[in-house]
Ligand binder design. Structure first.
Ligand code: SAH
Length: 234
């Protein structure tokens, strides 16, 4: 069984969007994964097909209704559906390469895209939604966040990335940022390529790359660097 994504959104026409192109698009065509985007509005019950209402207690904006969202979730959830139910949310646990890898090893995901002020808290509890954030900023809707999560997951699925090795040295895979890359031409505006890279000595090249990785991580991401040191001290 390949990875199955079900998306609940007010804008199903946004999918597959970016995911229909390049690596993920080819993988979708091959059937390495599947994507089904459903409109939350299809589950509205009144004649205006409304899905949101004003926040209890007052305040700005609108809130997605728990009853309608629950119906939508239940409809895409199969019996004994093992897929995690992710709610895109700035209050969620920050999405990481680790979580992407876990998801890629699993059966798929049901992904709920919020809009407006967000969703009624009761549906989060009642359907045990896992809130996932893609970073500390506010988007206008969860669709791009869902696209980002799926892009990170799909490229890890078996057979999707041509060169498996490129995945293993990628930033975050070993807790460090990746080393710099170079390619032809040999001279670009008086700048050469570090000599070691043209030496043909793979041991020296690997050492140089690891050094660069460490240096960059220490300079740019003290949080990752501290975690790296802590791991290696064990
Ligand atoms: N009032 C909310 C923000 C709502 S933004 C708050 O302050 O927490 C509207 C929708 O966009 C959210 O329901 C969520 O689905 C999506 N969204 C916004 N920022 C996001 C982020 N950083 N990560 C994931 N989803 C996000």
């Amino acid at each position: 069984m390949s990875f199955r994504a079900s998306i609940l959104t007010l804008y199903p026409e946004m999918f597959p969007g970016n995911l229909g192109m390049s690596l993920s698009g080819k993988a979708l065509e091959r059937g390495d994964w599947s994507l089904d985007a459903k409109s939350i509005r299809d589950y509205a019950t009144d004649k205006h097909r409304s899905v949101d209402d004003t926040p209890s207690g007052g305040g700005a904006g609108m809130v997605l209704r728990a009853d309608i969202l629950a119906k939508a979730i239940d409809d895409v959830t199969e019996e004994d559906d093992p897929r995690p139910r992710l709610l895109m949310s700035p209050r969620g646990k920050p999405f990481t390469q680790n979580r992407a890898r876990q998801l890629a090893e699993g059966p798929g995901a049901i992904i709920i895209c919020g809009r407006f002020e967000g969703v009624d808290e009761r549906v989060i509890e009642a359907r045990q939604l896992e809130e996932v954030s893609i970073g500390d900023y506010i988007l206008s809707g969860g669709e791009m966040a869902a696209t980002i999560v799926l892009d990170a997951v799909v490229r890890l699925l078996p057979g999707v990335m041509g060169n498996q090795e490129s995945g293993e040295t990628e930033s975050f895979e070993n807790g460090l940022l990746e080393h710099p890359h170079y390619t032809r031409p040999a001279i670009f505006e008086d700048r050469g390529i570090p000599e070691v890279l043209t030496s043909g000595n793979h041991r020296l090249i690997n050492e140089w790359r690891l050094e660069q990785s460490k240096k960059l991580t220490e300079q740019r991401r003290p949080d990752l660097w501290a975690a790296h040191l802590a791991r290696n001290a064990k």
